[in-house]
Design a protein around this ligand. Structure first.
Ligand SMILES: Cc1cc2nc3c(=O)[nH]c(=O)nc-3n(C[C@H](O)[C@H](O)[C@H](O)COP(=O)(O)OP(=O)(O)OC[C@H]3O[C@@H](n4cnc5c(N)ncnc54)[C@H](O)[C@@H]3O)c2cc1C
Ligand code: SF4
Length: 466
């Protein structure tokens, strides 16, 4: 094969200018045109040993789909992706590609990697533009019934896979809208809700029943569900926000990111006055944390009218767990970063927060996460004025289901313990995956768990062997 000419840089993705987009909730990048997608796919070197695939948690045939895009065969490309990834319009937008496929792409050693995520998004959007998805031919019903708890990416994936195997699936969702963090956490400007709704509709078109406003552990326990269902998949996520445990944290105006983003996204506070959901609109909003959740909260604050949106993060930019694109977009939009800074107390007046007291850090030795540890600098305290504080420092699974299911074993921070090869829990007939089994992680890992669980559930239903 003749040697390929290397094109060092990614084909740029057109996007809304920052000064315009902070006044709306429309998606920031517009997506590639067909010509741009073909040009970008042609950058792939078609490596004999495609390292990109090793970086993909669900092992998408990346060079295969890139070749099809380069040839203009978008139908072939989407079909190939969907062999292993059911939600490419979502993962193409939210996966941390720089630490997965793109991070280990051969081109990335010297140049910019192939824009694998943008191309995944392109073919998924291309498919959506062709009209509703045809429902595949389903096998005859097996007569087995599975309950899925939660309709996030884990629950939706497991439900679709099991329905395609002929099992009868019912999803029980606590909220009034399905999609999990994809609808109540990740904002519209990063992941349009219409895309998630389309995926939910597709799962329902496979015959999956969706029961909303149903809190498992309260409306029915797992044991009660097991009287009606042959197996359960627990995909209830990690919705319990962590706080800092520092003085003043109970002052008014201090939110968990979970509450702040849910009010904005799911209760549509951003569409005021059409919706009158109460949400505090501070002039100065301080968000604490350095992950995707923090970026989403800080960027939402700007769109809700904050004059200043500041991120306080205890390590440096290099250690931030957020996707690079989100950090870049936040910076472009004017979010200010107070790095190497830890809050130590909140101060207030009349019951409301007015200042965040912080201390500066320097970086020490790496900790268990492999990232360099923040070490406080003595007497470096200073204060930042604040009307609203949003805390985005992590989350763990809600204790509700384990509390009402004594034989369901949990580990550190309340995660449900599973066998990683089958996603079986300690309780017969109950499988679990996604954030409930890991703590806050990623969409693609949740989907990867769901794929493993679907196979294991099918085997359990067919053989009865636990
Ligand atoms: C703001 C934010 C931004 C993020 N950004 C990214 C990103 O850019 N990229 C990325 O890969 N990941 C991101 N994540 C993480 C990612 O969204 C999660 O890892 C993923 O959604 C986990 O999927 P899941 O299906 O396990 O759980 P979830 O998406 O949390 O879904 C769980 C569902 O279960 C329901 N539920 C909970 N308890 C019960 C109950 N007792 N009964 C019935 N239903 C119940 C919940 O209402 C929810 O709908 C982000 C997370 C947040 C919060
Ligand atoms: S590693 Fe990069 S260049 Fe090689 S096949 Fe994968 S995407 Fe193409």
């Amino acid at each position: 094969m003749p040697k390929k000419t290397i094109i060092p840089k990614k084909t740029p993705m057109p996007e809304q200018p920052p000064e315009e987009r902070i006044h709306n909730y429309n998606e920031v990048p517009y997506g590639y045109t067909e010509e741009q997608a073909i040009a970008e796919a042609k950058r792939c070197l078609e490596c004999a040993k495609p390292t990109c695939m090793q970086g993909c948690p669900v092992n998408i045939n990346i060079p295969g789909f890139l070749k099809l895009v380069a040839e203009g065969d978008f139908r072939g490309a989407i079909n190939l992706i969907k062999e292993t990834n059911a939600l490419p319009a979502i993962t193409g937008r939210v996966c941390p590609q720089e630490t997965q496929c793109e991070g280990v792409c051969a081109l990335a050693k010297k140049y910019e990697s192939v824009a694998i995520g943008r191309l995944e998004r392109f073919v998924a959007d291309w498919e959506a533009a062709q009209g509703p998805l045809p429902v595949p031919e389903l096998p005859p019903p097996t007569g087995k019934k599975v309950a899925v708890v939660g309709s996030g990416p884990a629950g939706l994936t497991v439900a679709a896979d099991l329905a395609r195997m002929g099992h009868h699936v019912t999803i029980f969702e606590a909220l009034h809208e399905a999609g999990g963090v994809l609808v109540y956490g990740i904002p519209e400007f990063r992941l349009p809700k219409a895309i998630v709704r389309r995926e939910v509709e597709y799962v329902c078109s496979l015959g999956v029943k969706l029961v909303k406003d149903f809190v498992v552990g309260s409306a029915a326990t797992l044991d009660e569900l097991l009287e009606e269902f042959d197996a359960i998949f627990l995909g209830s996520g990690a919705g319990l926000p962590w706080f800092l445990g520092i003085p003043g944290e109970n002052l008014g105006g201090i939110y968990s990111a979970n509450e702040y983003l849910t009010r904005s996204n799911l209760m549509k506070a951003y569409r005021f006055p059409e919706y009158d959901t109460p949400i505090a609109r501070g002039q100065r909003v301080i968000t604490i944390g350095g992950g995707n959740v923090a970026m989403d909260a800080a960027r939402t604050a700007l769109r809700l009218g904050a004059k200043e949106s500041i991120i306080v993060y205890r390590r440096s930019r290099a250690e931030m767990p957020a996707r690079l694109e989100e950090i870049h977009h936040a910076e472009e939009e004017g979010v200010r970063f107070e790095l190497l800074t830890t809050p130590v107390a909140f101060h207030g007046a009349n019951g409301r927060v007015t200042e965040v007291e912080c201390i500066r850090n320097e970086l020490g030795e790496p900790d268990a996460s492999g990232r360099r540890r923040p070490v406080p600098i003595k007497d470096s305290n200073f204060r930042i004025p604040a009307d609203i504080v949003v805390i985005a420092v992590g989350q763990s699974p809600s204790p509700l289901i384990p509390k009402t299911t004594p034989d369901l074993k949990t580990g550190k921070d309340g995660v449900v313990i599973v066998d990683p090869n089958t996603m079986k829990t300690s309780k017969r007939g109950v499988f679990a995956g996604g954030d409930v089994a890991t703590g806050g992680a990623t969409v693609i890992l949740a989907m990867g768990h769901a794929k493993i669980a679907a196979k294991a559930i099918d085997e359990y239903l067919r053989t009865g062997v636990w």
